[in-house]
Design a binder for this molecule. Structure first.
Ligand SMILES: Nc1nc2c(c(=O)[nH]1)N[C@H]1C(S)=C(S)[C@@H](COP(=O)(O)O)O[C@H]1N2
Ligand SMILES: [Mo]
Length: 438
């Protein structure tokens, strides 16, 4: 069994402290055969299925009105193969976000789970050929594992965890910053099944000089000059019992677009570390120098209330992004919606943080003057988002500004003012939605 890493935990966390939902014996789950995938590429050229006009949602569904000029107008709903229509932000590489209405469910269905890729050469992995190699100068016994090996030789665990892109809501930054102009939907909550990375690394033998662990996926760049998408974790995070290599999402094999056949799950940390189509893991003794660590995914030091540090990658001025900041989202109200006076209004939403656990969600219906506690819903573990709801029945006619503010068990909360940073990460400004009572 595992034990809970209590370093940063404050207070009690309820029944399932590790975030692990279920632990199953590996021998029990060998039945399902893997879909034999067709070799070749997921042809992007085939994927641009435009929808009939009536399915092309009004712009309010395409994202918040604050998105920069062009981002809203150009957004269309488009279905990648195997997916339902998602909001297209870019096509090559594919960046598609989930429409907010799907976040009314605890787990985001696989066919609407967002898709984020940095590189446009995305192979369709042939499961017969696929192997995960474990090596690097700080590994004693380099190994190659098939999916069958993973399923047979290690304990299988399942965990609910939110995957959130560091740049979610970047489109709301003022002044605007370059990068994919995401609205609210570059995130999703799922149940991930796989094995602990730690067990694999221990089996391969980690030398005491180990400093970082690197992760590479099967995708590559179209142009030689574009750096390959390769990430690293500090060795302590790689050895965290909650860091998984997962091949199942919500009880199904991972969709191609979300990392088939296996991906890294780094609960609490932003999506950039959740390397998809994983092929190679290396344990190294020096800070990894790749572009996506050294240059990208960095935040200014000291600006955000961050607990987890990635010390071997820090510079004087900046540091790699690590855990998610506290945030929430109202999922069932659109701007300008009208209600009859006296009619009960239910405000629904979700709240999350970097894995300390949501403690409190407060709702204001008067633009932030007064706040009331919302009711928290299902607790699916500290790495999952937490649904909440709030009911009121205003009789006075007029405009109401609805806001939601989450706090976690560390006492951290959301900001009223945007914390500026050049790459547009960690947007957790409290939302304002105006509704009208008539
Ligand atoms: N191989 C590979 N893995 C990757 C990426 C990528 O470009 N290539 N992008 C990362 C980023 S930035 C995010 S936010 C998540 C998104 O996961 P999803 O596409 O399954 O939603 O994948 C991560 N894993
Ligand atoms: Mo991301």
């Amino acid at each position: 069994m595992y034990h809970l890493d209590t370093r940063f935990i404050v207070g009690t966390l309820g029944a399932d402290e590790s975030g692990i939902l279920a632990v199953k014996n590996c021998s029990m789950i060998n039945r399902r055969k893997f879909l034999k995938s067709v070799a070749g590429s997921l042809v992007l050229a085939n994927s641009g299925i435009l929808l009939p006009k009536n399915l092309l949602a009004q712009s309010s569904q395409m994202g918040p009105p604050e998105l920069p000029q062009g981002a809203l107008e150009e957004a269309v709903l488009q279905a990648l193969p195997g997916k339902k229509p998602l909001i297209k932000r870019t096509y090559r590489p594919p960046n598609y976000e989930t429409p907010v209405q799907y976040f009314n469910e605890l787990f985001t269905p696989n066919e609407v789970f967002f898709v984020r890729y940095h590189l446009a050469d995305i192979p369709q992995v042939d499961i017969q050929q696929w192997k995960l190699s474990i090596g690097g100068e700080a590994i004693e016994k380099p190994m190659e594992l098939t999916l069958e090996d993973l399923r047979r030789d290690f304990e299988q665990v399942e965990m609910a965890a939110l995957c959130l892109c560091s740049g979610n809501r970047r489109g709301l930054f003022k002044p605007h910053v370059p990068g994919v102009q995401w609205g609210y939907g570059a995130m999703g909550n799922a149940r991930w099944k796989g094995v602990r990375l730690k067990e694999i690394l221990v089996k391969a033998g980690i030398k005491k000089e180990a400093l970082e662990v690197t992760f590479n996926g099967a995708d590559g760049a179209v142009l030689e000059k574009t750096p390959d998408f390769k990430k690293s974790l500090p060795v302590w995070k790689a050895l965290d019992e909650n860091t998984l290599i997962a091949w199942e999402m919500n009880g199904e094999p991972l969709p191609d677009w979300n990392g088939f056949p296996a991906r890294l799950i780094v609960p609490g940390w932003t999506g950039t570390y959740w390397v998809k189509q994983l092929t190679e893991i290396q344990v190294i003794t020096r800070p990894f120098e790749g572009f996506w660590m050294k240059a990208a995914y960095r935040i200014p030091k000291g600006k955000f209330p961050i607990v987890d540090r990635f010390i071997s990658q820090e510079t004087e001025v900046n540091t790699p992004i690590t855990e998610m900041v506290v945030s929430s989202l109202i999922t069932n109200l659109e701007e300008g919606r009208q209600f009859k006076s006296g009619q009960p209004i239910e405000v629904k939403g979700i709240a999350w943080d970097g894995g300390y656990g949501i403690q409190l969600v407060e709702v204001s219906t008067d633009g932030g003057k007064t706040w009331r506690e919302a009711e928290l819903g299902t607790d699916a573990g500290r790495f999952s988002w937490r649904p909440w709801s709030y009911r009121f029945a205003p009789t006075e006619k007029g405009k109401y500004t609805v806001m939601a503010k989450a706090s976690n068990r560390l006492g951290q909360t959301q900001t009223f003012e945007l914390i500026l940073n050049p790459a547009g990460y960690h947007h957790n400004v409290i939302q304002r939605i105006n509704i009208e009572v008539i």
